[in-house]
Design a protein around this ligand. Structure first.
Ligand SMILES: *[C@@H]1O[C@H](CO)[C@@H](O)[C@H](O)[C@H]1NC(C)=O
Ligand SMILES: *[C@@H]1O[C@H](CO)[C@@H](O)[C@H](O)[C@H]1NC(C)=O
Ligand SMILES: *[C@@H]1O[C@H](CO)[C@@H](O)[C@H](O)[C@H]1NC(C)=O
Ligand SMILES: *[C@@H]1O[C@H](CO)[C@@H](O)[C@H](O)[C@H]1NC(C)=O
Length: 503
């Protein structure tokens, strides 16, 4: 196929037990045939009977498969999936109608799982959904993932709505007033706690300390979480980092005191043990100031901690608690400006929030007055998480979201940062914004809000030399002037104003 725009190579490992699957829900058999790697020879012709499915383990180099309604396969849909050597953690896939679409009058899908961009194509939607000769579309999804082609997929009846409206009016009535009282910083934390992801907070350098103080109060008072502060510098070692994650034993974070007879018996120090005396517990909320300054090795450990919930030191393995939120606090003079974390690390943060010092620090300011502020407990958070999973995303809104992603990727000022992981975070965020707005479906406006939060820390602006129009002879000065003031925030706003929202 000529539509592929990336150079692909062999897949490295990873693929065991991940399958390419074809499901036939049509009333007639479906015929399919792989095109073998050199591009012209065809593999064996296969059939999937109505109501049946067929699957195989991914081919190591990916595969292109023709699918049609009879054995001639003259007119056929094509499916292509590939693995890239530069991004071995992703599968790329395409649902292409360049050679026709004998299933066009049915709802068909090619999906790598929830949270990824997928082809979910309504009956007779031949222009916008599939990849076509005129508008190639390739989506990607982080592995592990199974890729499923579902032909004549019975779409959900349009009357389908998860029964949520009634829950909304009762249970949420106690939670929402609390949520609407939250500051933007608190909201960023709440969203991260709901999705079990982690946010990046940025603010001008001179305000990092105050913001850290505010966050520690929020952890304690609003969410009842223990916290630890890790101040990173270029000389932070792995051991410094790992030990700073533990709940400080100081009195600032007293547990509710228990009657004496429950008090743990003092442990007799063992003679044989030479390890440090305390091997405490990792705090619920880690505030990592200036994480970007930490040596690469430390940033990699932080990534490991986010991925696996564990951190290894020379002497111990520490496990993160179930409720765990890791917040880098970085300096940035404006949203989307500022330093960069190592790239895989920053991609694992779901959202970014720039705190404008002018917006103040609600908790720090109230600190002395001991104002009792609303708190959001784990029951509330679990409830919101559950509702967010029941949120419905209409196919038009889903398509709008995918268009926003494509336009971001194509934006002339964007070098990179529009990653598959971002697409997943984007969708999760859309979903959990809905219940907070008393909705059981996602609106285009929520897509816009989620886009701004998801991509702020990811988009990297291209250099003038690499800007696309340079290839057809733009002047460097003109392009430099054009890109001068463009930042991630403006790119996102541009795209949101360009992509037509569904009504
Ligand atoms: C096979 O299907 C195509 C359309 O999908 C149709 O045009 C063609 O006539 C069919 N051939 C046979 C032999 O049925
Ligand atoms: C799709 O188009 C076909 C033929 O034009 C028509 O028979 C069918 O009813 C359409 N289906 C839908 C869901 O609009
Ligand atoms: C893929 O499918 C296989 C077999 O059905 C299943 O065992 C595996 O968990 C699936 N993997 C993912 C990531 O869904
Ligand atoms: C985040 O990662 C992306 C892609 O890996 C990169 O383009 C971007 O510059 C990084 N941004 C920051 C703020 O580190």
């Amino acid at each position: 196929m000529k539509t592929s725009i990336m150079a692909f190579a062999a897949l490295l490992g990873h693929t065991s037990a991940q399958n390419f699957l074809i499901i036939n829900s049509c009333s007639t058999p479906v015929y399919f045939q792989p095109i073998l790697s050199n591009g012209d020879t065809s593999g064996p012709l296969n059939t999937v009977q109505p109501g049946q499915s067929w699957s195989e383990v991914y081919r190591p180099h990916g595969s292109t498969v023709k699918i049609g309604t009879n054995e001639t396969l003259g007119e056929h849909l094509s499916i292509e999936y590939k693995f890239s050597s530069t991004d071995p953690d992703y599968i790329w896939y395409e649902f292409n109608t360049a050679f026709g679409n004998p299933f066009a009058s049915h709802h068909n899908s090619l999906s790598a799982g929830d949270g990824c961009s997928n082809f979910l194509c309504k009956a007779n939607d031949t222009d916008n959904c599939y990849s076509t000769v005129y508008a190639g579309k390739i989506w990607a999804c982080p592995l592990p993932a199974n890729l499923t082609a579902h032909l004549c997929d019975p779409p959900l009846p349009s009357s389908y709505r998860p029964i949520m409206a009634s829950i909304t009016s009762t249970d949420l009535s106690t939670i929402l007033p609390k949520v609407h009282d939250l500051s933007d910083i608190e909201l960023a934390l709440l969203l991260s706690l709901i999705t079990h992801d982690h946010p990046i907070l940025t603010t001008p350098a001179s305000h990092i300390d105050t913001l850290t103080r505010e966050l520690s109060l929020i952890a304690l008072r609003t969410f009842h979480l223990t916290h630890a502060i890790v101040n990173c510098t270029p000389s932070t070692t792995l051991d410094d980092f790992a030990s700073a994650l533990l709940i400080p034993s100081s009195s600032s974070q007293k547990k509710p005191s228990r009657p004496d007879y429950f008090a743990p018996r003092p442990l007799r120090p063992s003679r044989r043990s030479t390890s440090p005396p305390s091997s405490g517990q990792i705090a619920n909320c880690i505030l990592a100031t200036n994480l970007d300054l930490a040596p690469r090795a430390v940033q990699i450990q932080a990534l490991e901690l986010l991925r696996t919930g564990r951190i290894f030191t020379r002497t111990t393995v520490q496990t993160a608690p179930k409720r765990f939120i890791f917040i880098p606090i970085l300096q940035a003079d404006a949203p989307g400006k500022g330093p960069q974390l190592t790239s895989h690390l920053n991609d694992s943060f779901a959202l970014a929030h720039w705190h404008d010092p002018e917006d103040g620090y609600v908790n720090v300011e109230d600190e002395d007055e001991r104002v009792e502020r609303n708190s959001v407990d784990s029951v509330d958070i679990n409830h919101l998480a559950q509702l967010s999973q029941q949120v419905e995303i209409d196919i038009d809104v889903k398509r709008y979201q995918m268009n926003v992603v494509s336009f971001l990727r194509m934006h002339r000022a964007v070098q990179d940062g529009i990653t598959p992981a971002a697409t997943k975070h984007f969708e999760k965020l859309m979903r959990c914004l809905a219940p907070i707005h008393t909705l059981d479906y996602v609106t285009p406006a929520l897509v816009g809000v989620a886009a701004k939060k998801t991509y702020l820390h990811r988009i990297r602006i291209t250099t003038p030399e690499n800007e696309r129009s340079m290839q057809w002879g733009s002047s460097l000065d003109a392009v430099t002037a054009l890109l001068n003031d463009v930042g991630p925030e403006q790119v996102i706003n541009d795209v949101l104003s360009m992509v037509t929202a569904p009504i």
